[in-house]
Ligand binder design. Structure first.
Ligand SMILES: [Zn+2]
Length: 194
């Protein structure tokens, strides 16, 4: 049996692990707070029916039956269901598709100008790490879900993220990306995100 003592680990790695753990706990609390805040969100019968229809639409292709809608106030501005099997899209989750639907319908500039306090993403199932990252990318701060993931499922996902962070390395070819940033006339790598 291989046993790794904590004293065998490099102090820098230990520090990074402790820092990451604190960040995860803080992030978890923030996310939970957001979830709790919007856990009280009033979802109308019509919106529930829309979510049901979206979830059902995933079944013929063999996709996981999950539906999502993006609300702006009381208005549905995007809707989607899982399409990973149907389209071969690696990011084809209901939440991503609902936001993409809104982006296509209204355009990126109009979407970015929306009041974030009025945006609410509603999913039939608690979103995965990819979808939470997508929400961060598009500044969607409020979400609600009908059914939570199991604690085991969430802990597995968090453990993978922690493992990835602890083994995080670059290949040492950063200049290639820097040259790509410079090739874009309007991109400012110091302030922008991709
Ligand atoms: Zn997802």
């Amino acid at each position: 049996m291989v046993c790794v003592r904590i004293t065998d680990l490099h102090p820098v790695r230990l520090f990074r692990a402790a820092l990451l753990l604190l960040l995860i706990i803080a992030g978890w609390l923030l996310v939970r707070r957001a979830y709790v805040l919007r856990g009280d969100a009033e979802i109308s019968d019509a919106q529930l029916e829309l979510l049901r229809q979206e979830g059902l639409a995933a079944i013929p292709s063999g996709d996981v039956p999950i539906g999502a809608i993006l609300l702006y106030g009381d208005h549905v501005i995007g809707r989607g269901h899982n399409t990973q099997v149907a389209t071969g899209d690696a990011a084809g989750h209901a939440e991503v598709n609902a936001v993409s639907d809104a982006l296509r319908a209204m355009g990126r500039d109009a979407f970015n100008a929306l009041n974030r306090d009025s945006l609410l993403l509603v999913s039939t199932f608690e979103p995965c790490a990819m979808c939470r990252g997508m929400m961060e990318e598009h500044r969607i701060e409020c979400m609600a879900f009908l059914k939570p993931k199991s604690l085991r499922n969430r802990m597995k996902s968090d453990a993978r993220l922690l493992q990835m962070e602890l083994t995080r390395r670059t290949t040492g070819h950063e200049r290639l990306q820097d040259s790509l940033f410079r090739a874009h006339p309007a991109y400012d790598a110091r302030t922008a995100d991709h």
